[in-house]
Write a protein that binds this ligand. Structure first.
Ligand code: HEC
Length: 162
């Protein structure tokens, strides 16, 4: 009996410990929060997005819809992946847009969660790049927000469910 109580206590403390670590603030270095060029350097050289783990619910190549690619791949950084109810500050979601065959990379879209950046629009910074990293657009892009706001209840993201 005593042994069983000890086992239960041990398991409960393990659960409590892991629950606490989920909600612990992110300890690592934050990505740059300046402009789209700096972010491109970060996601291709400093911390290449192609090495990031994809969300379990959006793993692999998926069908996309206009204005995005016919085929898409989504890569969240570690901060976005560990976020539970909504994206934590520093979260980056990179999306590759491919042609219908899924062979030619056309453009790359990105959203980054920043502190007090755009409080009425989920505090997301938006950027769109050519496949070679040339910036097409960046910042508080109105048309990105106007469409993504329909998913405001899911922190402005369509694919992954927070
Ligand atoms: C007309 C609506 C619309 C507009 C405009 C739009 N998006 Fe999206 N976005 C979507 C949809 C729908 C998805 C889900 C994938 C798909 O169906 O292509 C998506 C997915 C994404 C994702 C992956 C994360 C997620 O939400 O699931 C990123 C990153 C993204 N969009 C960035 C942008 C950027 C940057 C812009 C502006 C330059 C933009 N989007 C404009 C509708 C839109």
């Amino acid at each position: 009996m005593k042994q069983r109580i000890m086992v239960v206590c041990f398991i409960s403390s393990l659960c409590l410990f892991s629950a606490c670590s989920i909600f612990k603030p992110y300890q690592g270095a934050l990505p740059p929060m300046t402009d789209a060029d700096a972010l491109w350097q970060y996601i291709t050289l400093t911390n290449p997005y192609t090495e990031w783990n994809q969300f379990d619910d959006t793993n692999g190549m998926k069908n996309g819809s206009p204005p995005h690619g016919a085929r898409i791949q989504i890569y969240p950084n570690k901060i976005a992946s560990r976020s539970v109810y909504q994206a934590e500050e520093g979260s980056i979601i990179v999306m590759e847009n491919y042609d219908e065959d899924g062979t030619t990379l056309l453009t790359i879209d990105l959203m980054q969660k920043r502190p007090n950046y755009a409080p009425s629009a989920g505090n997301w910074f938006w950027a769109s790049y050519e496949a070679n990293g040339t910036v097409i657009e960046e910042g508080k892009i109105k048309r990105c927000v106007e469409c993504h706001v329909s998913m405001a209840f899911g922190d402005y993201t369509f694919i992954h469910q927070w």
